[in-house]
Design a protein around this ligand. Sequence first.
Ligand SMILES: *[C@@H]1O[C@H](CO)[C@@H](O)[C@H](O)[C@H]1NC(C)=O
Ligand SMILES: *[C@@H]1O[C@H](CO)[C@@H](O)[C@H](O)[C@H]1NC(C)=O
Length: 380
Amino acid sequence: MHGVSPAASVFLSVFTLIQSTVEALQVIGGNVTVVQGGTANFPCQLIGATETLSQISWQKKTREKPQNNNFFTILKTGPHFVNGYDDRFKFTGDLKAKNGSLQLFRVTLMDEGTYTCIFTLFPSGIHKTEIPLNVLVPPVTILKDDHPLLGNEEVSLVTCTAAGSKPPAEISWLTGALAGKVRESTTSTLNANSTTTTISSLLGVPTRELDGQLVKCVATSAAMKIEETLPFTIQLYFPPMKGTILEISEGSFICEAEANPPANITWSRIDLLWPQSAVREGAVLRLKEMTRDLNGLYQCEASNQHGSKQQQLCVYVALTPGNCTACWVLFSLLFILIVAVAAVGYLYKSGRIQWSGDRQPVPGNSPPPEEGEVLRESNQ
Ligand SMILES: *[C@@H]1O[C@H](CO)[C@@H](O)[C@H](O)[C@H]1NC(C)=O
Ligand SMILES: *[C@@H]1O[C@H](CO)[C@@H](O)[C@H](O)[C@H]1NC(C)=O
């Protein structure tokens, strides 16, 4: 025995334990997650050190520069940039307090990586911690009208895209009155920069009942504080249909057709040159003076990118004053159709007229038609 009592030996080992705890040097760091554009705080604190701290330095390896590189050093003289100044970094620690904390403003995805905080002590050397920086990127969300054409087969009605999200965005649809009549189809692609683009289409049979219905695309992502909701009113597209020619005032006719997008209207004269006393103003045909050169067949064509529809208006000026316009138009329509078909048919059969190559009637030995009763026959 060396003269140490059992009680003394217990005391000694407790003392050693306390000593080693006090001397355990530790660098406390952390994990940093920040939304792109925000500010990252890198905590870094050295504890348990009694030695002299000569400097704190920072290294990083990021998406932008994957090789570990020194970029910042804090000496007694103050903080210094190494390998280039970057005004987005700010030293928020204190060398005397052995705090090496750093701030990074306006974080981008390219800043994502590992930041290493290094304390250099004398004489024990280097003590460090690695701090991962995780950058969240909110998606760019857009809605695209897929321009569904009226029909019986399922098509994509509208597409919602949440592009470049990290972590991936989730897309869902609020379909309101259309629940059960439409379905979703979603795909995701991982981009080279580790963001994900999610695309979701709303599919349905493009029938009339879908027209004008409101749906909403809802995009959620950990990078967004609140979900993003994009409303969309479904529109069905179709070529001009259900056309009418209406007389809006005396001698003025409007050509209308149901179409989406709205149809462009063009008036033309099928059988002859455009008469001087008729004016085209968009969808309106205006007969200015009731002269006989107006007589004939007018056509209005309603068209959009999905198709066109033609309608005809037959004008016959009877030169009998006092008649209302509606009457003579109605009358002449019927009259021309019946009489012209009958008359031309008769003349053909009797060989009194023939059509020459340029489609002008060649007068035979029949007498010329009476004034005010000039009839014209036209193809549709
Ligand atoms: C830090 O992030 C890593 C992975 O990036 C994870 O394994 C670890 O548990 C995180 N630590 C803390 C303290 O959150
Ligand atoms: C990531 O890549 C995608 C696709 O190339 C791009 O649209 C997006 O803007 C990129 N995001 C960032 C933050 O660089």
